[in-house]
Write a protein that binds this ligand. Sequence first.
Ligand SMILES: Nc1ncnc2c1ncn2[C@@H]1O[C@H](COP(=O)(O)OP(=O)(O)O)[C@@H](O)[C@H]1O
Ligand SMILES: Cc1ncsc1CCOP(=O)(O)O
Ligand SMILES: [Mg+2]
Length: 269
Amino acid sequence: MLQTISELFELVKVKNPLIHQITNMVTINDCANVTLAIGASPVMAHSPEEVEDVVSHAHALVLNCGTFSEVTFQSMLKAGKIANELGIPIILDPVGVGAITSREKYVKSILESIRIDIIRGNESELDCLAGGIGTSKGVDAIHTGRDHEAIANKVANMFGCIAIVSGEVDVVSNGERTVIIKNGHPYLTKITGTGCMSTALIASFASVTKNLMEASIAGISTMGIAGELAAKCLSDKEGLGTFKVNLFDVITLMDGNMWRRGVDIFEEY
Ligand SMILES: Nc1ncnc2c1ncn2[C@@H]1O[C@H](COP(=O)(O)OP(=O)(O)O)[C@@H](O)[C@H]1O
Ligand SMILES: Cc1ncsc1CCOP(=O)(O)O
Ligand SMILES: [Mg+2]
């Protein structure tokens, strides 16, 4: 598995897949740039008149709910249905679900109407999808003490997809297999968008392989490893600004060898 995942880095760079992202207005620019940094090509198109055209040329579709509206919802449904028909993988980032009641209704409706391949969110978001009560007040996770593996497993089985609960430790489950990734750094929680960017990375890898479990592991671990290396390069006088620049530098330079040297992963049996 480690060998095939490490080969995905080169594959993304060679294929330069198009990643259609219907996403939020807070982190949209960072998501576009991280997609470029890993070697894929982003296109952020939101309007219902445009999504049909755009998604039909795409190799993966991201639905990110960070700043939601009725129009965005309609665009997501339209793009999602076409992606399903064309066999394009869909990656959902249910930002803030559980914190905002109307958003929960919309996200559940998306999950009923479209086949989603991968869901990535923090503990609060995925716990809400698993049937828990919303614990977060905003987009950041509130720690419930609930078992992340159980949450990931339940979401994966409920929606027939791969579920990733990110956090201090990232849990990736397809409902049968559970993989734990220990990479990361607390600074990743101090700049907005590292979750959204992880989702964009996962989509970039999912666009070049049929093995979506491996794509999920590649995407989420890339952010964790990059966070560790970005923090390691900081001098005593540098903080979150330089950390973010370093993060982009590391993601640009990440290849299969660097990934294999940095990844801290094990599988639960
Ligand atoms: N306490 C932590 N320590 C180290 N890394 C973390 C921690 N919390 C989250 N991360 C990492 O930060 C990135 C974003 O995850 P997360 O904060 O859960 O997403 P979101 O921004 O959507 O809430 C992931 O790569 C995750 O591994
Ligand atoms: C702060 C904020 N508010 C609405 S979307 C958003 C960005 C959330 O990004 P992430 O989940 O990656 O931290
Ligand atoms: Mg998030």
